[in-house]
Write a new protein. Structure first.
Length: 471
């Protein structure tokens, strides 16, 4: 398969590459594809994290309505609402790379959680000791923010969530110890009820903050955050590797047809085995292009060829064809390569009919611009061919055999027969066998035709060219 560019969708990567100086294309193209992949997955992760957050907050909200005292529960419902709103803002402001706004909103997330868990409930009527705020196991809710963060954030941010949470939890504990006073009488009453049980008393003392348990919470949370951060880093490396593979596949598609790219991507050594099976071969050529090019500027000639090749490529790939090679102002197309199908001959003729229609539309546009229309000849044959890669270092996927030669000769016969398309009788027979009668409409039979390079005379079928159709 000869190297040839194929049309591709405009992308951020291609825009960046086009502006590069010589020698810098490879590295920046890789960065562009990786950046695009990271951006896509970051946006996807943010969308998912917001949905998970809203579902989780809804479940917690319903749960609190069932177990928390009234009217104190409305304070916690308000905190949950603020967390949902903040999650929406994070989704809007999130992007790949360091974003101070996004980090600030994550900090707000953690602050809301700590305030909701440790801060005194303004609606509460009970004058409980501040230490009792730590007795309900509400620190577990912090793991929810951490888990949601792993869906969208980098490994550094996930670890930062763990460190920030531990620091906030420690700061809240320090402020509680500094600013609050024990409620008198409670500790004494509990101690009097537990004579001889000093350890148990320290555990359930309403005024006791149980600092060792708070330290345990912080250490475990940081360890979990680091572990999840390492997992996020593994995913990030996998994502970058996948982006590199996708870039390589895209680069292949610039030089090979989709059929060959698919074969290359799915098999370890897809083209090394020599294959021999029936295929359809199509040759396309602009008639009289040498004279056309001699009278025009090189820029106009190249632009015309690009337009023509673009039209032909679209038709080829739309009909499962393989663009074998460009031949200057023409091209060679195969159907049934690398692997045959049950409708290769049909696909070839359907492709030709689309090509002829596209050329007609293109010529109409050229005439409207004051440019001459171009005549295009098509020749197709069906038969056995040998398929394999050739070359030592730079491999080329080649299709060789008499079928290729006959198809080329049939295209040349369009001049003498004043036809747009000439196909062999073998091609017509295979189309009928595949049930593609409609593809043969308009073809006329020409018996006993001399074909250069073929010993015996052949029967061919031609699609007549309208009068004054092209130069």
């Amino acid at each position: 398969m000869a190297n040839h560019p194929t049309p591709s969708q405009p992308s951020r990567a291609s825009d960046l590459v086009a502006a590069l100086p010589a020698g810098a294309e490879g590295a920046v193209q890789e960065d562009a594809y990786t950046e695009a992949a990271l951006e896509f997955h970051k946006r996807q992760g943010l969308d998912l994290s917001v949905k998970v957050r809203w579902v989780a907050m809804s479940v917690i909200g319903v749960f609190l309505l069932c177990v928390a005292p009234w009217p104190q529960v409305f304070y916690y419902e308000f905190i949950l609402f603020l967390l949902c709103v903040n999650g929406w803002w994070i989704r809007r402001m999130g992007r790949v790379g360091r974003s101070r706004t996004e980090l600030f909103l994550i900090f707000v997330d953690l602050l809301l959680m700590v305030v909701g868990i440790i801060g005194p409930n303004p609606i509460g009527l009970d004058d409980w000791p501040q230490a009792m705020q730590y007795r309900f196991g509400n620190f577990n809710y912090m793991f929810l923010i951490l888990a949601v963060g792993t869906l969208a954030y980098s490994w550094r941010t996930v670890v930062a969530i763990g460190v920030w949470t531990a620091m906030m939890w420690a700061a809240a504990l320090g402020l509680s110890l500094w600013l609050t006073e024990p409620v008198p009488g409670m500790s004494e009453a509990v101690k009097a009820a537990l004579p001889g049980w000093p350890d148990l008393f320290r555990l359930i003392d309403p005024n006791e903050f149980n600092i060792q348990l708070r330290l345990q919470e912080m250490v475990v949370f940081v360890l979990v955050a680091v572990t999840l951060g390492l997992n996020a880093r593994r995913f990030n490396l996998l994502l970058r590797s996948n982006a590199a593979l996708e870039r390589e596949r895209t680069n292949l598609s610039r030089y090979f047809s989709p059929n060959v790219v698919e074969e290359l991507s799915q098999n370890d050594e897809p083209l090394k085995q020599i294959r021999n099976h029936d295929i359809a071969v199509l040759f396309v050529d602009i008639v009289g292009f040498t004279e056309f090019a001699a009278l025009r500027r090189p820029e106009e000639v190249i632009e015309t060829l690009r337009d023509f090749h673009g039209l032909m490529e679209q038709a080829v790939f739309a009909h499962e064809g393989t663009l074998d090679k460009y031949l200057g102002d023409g091209l060679m197309v195969t159907f049934g390569t690398p692997s045959p199908s049950d409708h290769d001959a049909q696909n070839a003729l359907r492709c030709v009919r689309q090509m002829m229609h596209d050329v007609d539309v293109w010529n109409d546009a050229r005439i409207a611009r004051g440019q001459p229309p171009l005549r295009v000849g098509f020749g197709a044959h069906y038969g056995p061919a040998v398929l394999a890669d050739i070359g030592a270092n730079r491999l080329e996927f080649a299709v060789v055999g008499n079928t290729v030669n006959v198809a080329s000769r049939l295209e040349s016969m369009t001049r003498g027969l004043n036809a747009r398309l000439v196909i062999s009788d073998a091609m017509r027979t295979e189309v009928l066998k595949e049930g593609g009668d409609a593809c043969l409409t308009g073809l006329q039979k020409f018996s006993d035709q001399d074909v250069r390079g073929v010993a015996e005379k052949l029967t061919v079928w031609a699609f007549a060219r309208p009068e004054n159709h092209g130069i």
